[in-house]
Design a protein around this ligand. Structure first.
Ligand code: IPM
Ligand code: MG
Length: 365
């Protein structure tokens, strides 16, 4: 291993809610192990967000957390959400507001969600292995526009409510450029997903993407309606390379696509744009298993790898983490969400068991 100059980075860790803190602990441990192995210095700080922050301060994104986020080089985030709010739609202060606000405040308009199946997990998915083998998709989900951030209204008497689905051309253009750049470094295929047969905002989306595509003649650009894309994803995932889509469509399609990677517990994401990048699993807070030591820490560990690769341009270090995950899966270790009928009971591990295996593997390789 080639030693490079010592690099120093400040990382804010926000565990969040439910299984967030228990999985993020391992993402952080992996970063510590990488720093040690490669002679870097990662300085960690902690912040509150979500239900945990509401309980402590009344605010889902306390000023102190935002301040620390702005001053950090990267953020490792866990998960957000609590059943209390899901059961009571009348609550005005909600955990998710914390995550949406930090994305907006930091200008994190591009959410990258790589969907890659580790061969070892071919049989863990509910989709047939022969359909999945070789799948490798990179989603670019727009993250600070759309119906998520459009004007919200509701009647005083509760008889109607609305959320405005709005896009500005510049919002589409900046993420489209990022997606085309990424496609250039991959298999040079980009599929933009919209609902341009019905929605005005999707027609704007499509027109802008077509315009941007003209600057990337080496990338094959196609367009697909979102209902069809939802079907094509599980019918034939190998047809896709880069998928570019809007905030809400991307939210839904990437949960669906997690089945291509075996489990929600495997999917990492990077939110980047103007400010400090935020790296987080795509899974939620999973309150049903929180605190039981069952959650799969690999999505957090793979999010840490994305931080190394995209945030810090440490490709070698990121590859080492990916290799460690691959090796541990090859040895047969599984958390319950990725176990299948062939998994021996003795190979089923909890959150800490899986985390420890990755740390050990990193030290060897
Ligand atoms: C995600 C999540 C969030 C979203 C929620 C928790 C606000 O589902 O990151 O995919 O909808 O963006
Ligand atoms: Mg989601």
């Amino acid at each position: 291993m080639a030693k490079r100059d010592k690099i120093s980075k400040k990382i804010l860790v926000i565990g969040g809610d439910g299984i967030g803190p228990e999985v993020t602990r391992w993402g952080k441990r992996v970063l510590e192990a990488v720093a040690e192995k490669y002679g870097h210095e990662f300085v960690f700080d902690e912040g509150l967000m979500g239900h945990a922050a509401i309980e402590a301060t009344g605010n889902p994104l306390p000023d102190d957390t935002l301040e620390k986020a702005r001053k950090s080089d990267a953020i490792l985030f866990g998960a957000i959400g609590h059943p209390k709010y899901d059961q009571d739609p009348s609550l005005k202060v909600r955990p998710e507001q914390g995550l949406l606000r930090i994305r907006k405040e930091l200008g994190l308009y591009a959410n990258l969600r790589p969907i890659k199946l580790f061969d070892e997990l071919l049989s863990a998915s509910s989709i047939k292995p022969e359909v999945l083998k070789g799948a490798d998709i990179l989603f670019f989900r727009e993250l600070t526009g759309d119906v998520y951030f459009g004007e919200k209204k509701k009647a005083d008497d509760g008889s109607w409510a609305s959320d405005l689905m709005i896009y500005h051309a510049y919002e589409v253009e900046r993420i489209a450029r990022k997606a085309f750049e990424a496609a250039r470094l991959r298999r040079k295929k980009l599929c933009s997903v919209d609902k341009a047969n019905v929605l005005e905002s999707s027609r704007l989306w499509r027109a802008v993407v077509q315009r941007v595509a003209a600057d990337y003649p080496d990338v094959q650009c196609s367009h697909m309606f979102v209902d069809n894309a939802a079907m094509q994803l599980i019918r034939d995932p190998l047809q896709f390379d880069v998928i570019l889509t809007a905030n809400l469509f991307g939210d839904i399609l990437t949960d669906e696509a997690s089945q291509i990677a075996g489990s929600m517990g495997m999917l990492a994401s990077a939110s980047v744009g103007d400010g400090t990048g935020l790296y987080e699993p795509i899974h939620g807070s999973a309150p049903d298993i929180a605190g039981k030591g069952l959650a799969n820490p690999l999505a957090s560990i793979l999010s840490a790898a994305l931080m190394l690769q995209i945030g810090f341009q440490m490709q070698e270090e990121a590859d080492a983490v990916l290799r460690a995950v691959e090796q541990v899966l090859k040895k047969g270790y599984r958390t319950v969400d990725i176990a299948d009928k062939h998994t021996e009971n003795s190979m089923i591990v909890g959150t800490d068991g899986m985390g420890q295996q990755i740390i050990q593997q990193l030290a060897y390789s």
